[in-house]
Design a binder for this molecule. Structure first.
Ligand SMILES: Nc1ncnc2c1ncn2[C@@H]1O[C@H](COP(=O)(O)OP(=O)(O)O)[C@@H](O)[C@H]1O
Ligand SMILES: [Mg+2]
Length: 357
């Protein structure tokens, strides 16, 4: 079952396409993949085909577009579904532990190795290894992975060579072709990974999926936090559609979780969500400032920009203020003041799916 089909993406897909069933909406709903827009359904059709092959996959798409969810769907729709799905964040592997994390180590292989330890490849045996944020792999990790993908054989640190039966799915927030051009990602590794490519569309290109997703998250969070059921207020619909969602589905999910936790009432009305309004403010005609004195209008635009900017930063960094400060080039303490000023609660930006709150 090991993947030896590198470089043959279209061939792999067309060979299996005859026996592919059409993607069933119920099947995708069971996998929590919500959406009916044309670009999203196109990705799901491709996902269904990819699940029926057994080659390496590369999923690309902006942050929060559902790459990990798609990788799980590929695993659970495919023949490896009864074996483990092991996700690992490549950016989080320390440089000196790359081989040990991926391949494991034998007892006594190095000073701290008091016990033998399995690497993620062995943990995923028979199943799928999901390499998230693959663009963040260090050069050393890229070489280790390239060697493994060549023949699916590896050597645990201090141990003997062995073979693995693992499907690899990589995901990247960045365009890897650009990373290759910049010299931060190996071209040979990109070729090895890119056997079956899947690109997920950004939420702003998914039309009314934003409303379906909003309803779905509202139902889930009201149930989870035992709040009375809410529906999306008609006034909020236009705002949800108008916003550009730089953090994609994750941003929407976090926003609705916050709204369910922090506001009462039967309707989801976006009353407190300046982040969503700010896009509309920025693109609306100047007549919206009529009746306001210049200083007052300017202050309100700055305030709504600041709140939107900081909200987006927190959403992108999942509430990590140090990382947010680094990203925007502001001192941590100054950013912390802005977070306070707009009543934002960093802990509510932690990944909604893993956050019991
Ligand atoms: N189509 C979708 N339907 C329902 N939830 C989704 C969908 N896409 C993404 N999500 C949710 O959005 C969040 C971010 O998804 P994730 O797969 O982690 O994105 P990425 O890996 O691209 O950053 C997760 O909580 C996930 O469950
Ligand atoms: Mg991810």
């Amino acid at each position: 079952m090991a993947d030896r089909a590198q470089g043959a993406s279209t061939e792999v897909v067309s060979r299996t396409s005859d026996r592919d069933r059409a993607a069933s909406p119920a099947e995708f709903a069971r996998l929590n993949l919500v959406g009916q827009s044309a670009p999203f359904l196109e990705s799901l059709q491709r996902l269904r085909k990819i699940a029926s092959c057994d080659a390496t996959v590369l999923i690309e798409g902006e942050t929060g577009t559902g790459k990990e969810l798609a990788a799980r769907a590929i695993h659970y729709l495919g023949e490896r579904r009864n074996a483990p799905f092991i996700p690992i964040n490549c950016g989080a592997i320390p440089e000196n532990l790359v081989e040990s994390e991926l391949f494991g180590h034998a007892r006594g292989a190095f000073t701290d190795a008091r016990e033998a330890r399995q690497g993620v490849i062995a943990q995923a045996e028979g199943g799928t290894l999901f390499l998230d944020e693959i663009e963040a792999m260090t050069p050393r990790a890229q070489i280790a992975l390239l060697r493994f993908l060549h023949d699916h054989e590896y050597r645990p640190v201090g141990g003997a060579q062995r073979a693995a039966n693992v499907r690899v799915i990589g995901a990247s927030n960045a365009d890897l072709v650009t990373c290759v051009e910049r010299g931060t990602f190996r071209q040979d590794l990109l070729f090895r990974l890119n056997v079956l490519p899947l690109t997920l569309p950004p939420l702003r290109a998914r039309g009314d999926d934003v409303l379906l997703l909003a309803e779905s998250f509202l139902r889930r969070f009201c149930q989870q936090y035992q709040k009375p059921a809410k529906s999306v207020d008609p006034d909020a619909i236009a705002q949800l559609r108008a916003y550009s969602w730089p953090g994609n589905v994750r941003e929407l999910e976090n926003l609705i979780q916050r709204e369910v936790l922090l506001t009462e009432g039967p309707a989801f009305d976006l009353g407190s969500l300046r982040a969503v309004e700010s896009d509309a403010v920025a693109s609306s005609p100047p007549t919206s400032f009529m009746g306001k004195r210049f200083q007052e209008a300017k202050a309100s635009v700055i305030a709504s920009f600041e709140k939107a900017y900081v909200t987006e930063l927190l959403s992108r960094t999942r509430g990590n203020i140090s990382e947010a400060a680094r990203l925007c080039g502001k001192e941590r303490s100054r950013l912390g003041k802005l977070v306070k000023k707009y009543g934002l609660e960093p802990s509510l930006f932690h990944d909604a799916s893993s956050d019991g709150c």
